[in-house]
Design a protein around this ligand. Structure first.
Ligand code: ADP
Length: 449
């Protein structure tokens, strides 16, 4: 559930698709966590471990202030302050009575620990009440002795613990994480190469190989992919050879039969016999073509074709074309770049189907129009139509609508048409309303050779 929720947030979508982005995110998160840990370790080590030393310091400060006497001996104070590289001031009843330098002020003193608490914690007796804190960001102390208050501050700004420890530790962490990421990326690079190779295979490249890097598991996997592709290639070659052989073996007797029919004296069944032989011949051609058009070894023999001639040739092939087929509108007066033989077969399949399955007293309507950078052909019949459920399956090889199975056919025509159209970068769209008729639309981009 979380997965699907996260993947719906558009920020996470690229991460789902890229292993490298996921690793980068992991490394960044890990770096952030590590910096936090470093921060807390440093911070805690500063506060907890040093408290006993602080308690000792409270003691030394008390002893030093006690040594200044009562009333305080300012000459001695100055001597100690100069020696310890400190500045400070003596106050009584809230009034400054002496200071070094003259403009010393206790105004911004912020205390954060005191001798009473720590002395009790470690059971150390500290003669005077001392607190530690900050005076304008300088480490400072305040000591109470018999109505006098002493403020003492170190005379230089110490670098903060953040600058001193956390920043260098963070920079080092980020640096190591970047190096770690670069290494992971380098180690996983073969995955990118394999992906590229598989995509190329999809486009029909059966020859190139995944470059092998190193000797690890990914190198083994790359070798396996190379071997698989070799196997696919040899299987495909064998299949093609087998199909070519079989079709050759089948065609020769068919050709002889055709010849014999032509030489036979006229007989009432001659036409029927000729039709059956032609039908067998068409099945063999369709089977061969269907195999050839299957990805990944689609090849097109593209040529410039004059569109009105192209449509004329398709119509001329239909025996009673004038009464059964009607061309609507004008055919655009342009050249298109297609594999003429294959594209003609695609259209013939559509027109033949409309005549065969979409039979009605109205003629089949053909139209051809230009829309932006595409040519839209449509074949519309007023036959019984096809149910929605069957429309989805029509382009699957060998699928035939059950009610039409007694009619002559092999269920390959539409699947071949679709493959041809898609090989040209176009699409086949089928609309059908049961009881009213069907429309087969072919949309192909107009391209230059
Ligand atoms: P076939 O060789 O059987 O004609 P197709 O792939 O060309 O193979 O057609 C598949 C099935 O689609 C046909 O068997 C038929 O049932 C149905 N079909 C095709 N065109 C039409 C149409 N114009 N009207 C009704 N049904 C059709």
């Amino acid at each position: 559930m979380w997965r699907s929720l996260l993947s719906n947030i558009s920020f996470f979508r690229p991460f789902r698709k890229s292993l490298f982005l996921r690793i980068a995110l992991m490394v960044t998160t890990f770096t952030g966590a590590l910096i936090m840990v470093v921060y807390f370790v440093v911070y805690l080590s500063f506060t907890e471990q040093d408290t006993i030393l602080d308690t000792h310091e409270f003691y030394y400060y008390s002893k030093m202030v006690e040594s200044w006497g009562m009333p305080p001996d300012t000459t001695k104070i100055l001597k100690d302050l100069l020696n310890l590289k400190m500045i400070g001031g003596v106050y009584k009843g809230g009034e400054k009575i002496w200071s070094h330098p003259k403009d010393f002020s206790n105004q911004n003193y912020q205390e954060f620990s005191d001798s009473k608490y720590l002395g009790e914690l470690y059971n150390i007796s500290i003669p005077l009440y001392v607190t530690f804190g900050d005076l304008d960001n300088y480490p400072a102390a305040r000591v109470e002795n018999d109505g006098y208050t002493y403020y003492l501050a170190i005379d230089f700004e110490s670098p903060s613990e953040i600058m001193l420890r956390i920043v260098p530790a963070s920079i080092l962490t980020v640096f190591f994480m970047i190096i770690l990421f670069l290494f992971i990326r380098r180690y996983l690079y073969p995955i990118k190469l394999m992906k590229k190779r598989v995509l190329a295979l999809e486009q029909g490249d059966l020859n190139s190989k995944v470059p092998i890097r190193g000797e690890d598991e990914l190198a083994d996997l790359s070798k396996t992919i190379n071997k698989l592709i070799d196997d696919i290639k040899s299987l495909l070659t064998k299949k093609q050879e087998l199909l070519a052989d079989v079709s050759h073996e089948l065609r020769s007797p068919l050709a002889r039969m055709q010849l014999l029919i032509e030489m036979m004296p006229p007989h009432k069944n001659t036409t029927r016999l000729r039709q059956e032989v032609n039908f067998l011949e068409r099945i063999i051609s369709n089977l061969l073509l269907s195999d050839k058009l299957s990805v990944p070894y689609k090849t097109l023999n593209l040529k410039e074709v004059y569109l009105p001639d192209f449509i004329d040739k398709i119509i001329a092939r239909i025996p009673q074309s004038s009464s059964e087929v009607k061309v609507l509108g004008d055919i655009p007066d342009i050249h298109i770049c297609v594999d003429e033989t294959k594209m003609r077969l695609a259209f013939q399949n559509l027109v033949d189907n409309a005549l065969k399955y979409g039979h009605s007293d109205k003629p089949v309507e053909l139209s051809c129009a230009r829309r932006n950078k595409a040519i839209i052909f449509s074949v519309h019949d007023f036959g019984p139509g096809i149910s929605e459920e069957n429309v989805k399956k029509l382009t699957e090889p060998f699928y035939r609508v059950p009610s039409d199975r007694q009619k002559e056919g092999f269920g390959l025509g539409l699947s071949i048409t679709k493959k041809i159209v898609e090989a040209h970068g176009g699409k086949l769209i089928i609309h059908s309303v049961p009881g009213e008729g069907s429309t087969f639309i072919v949309e192909i981009p107009i391209r230059k050779k």
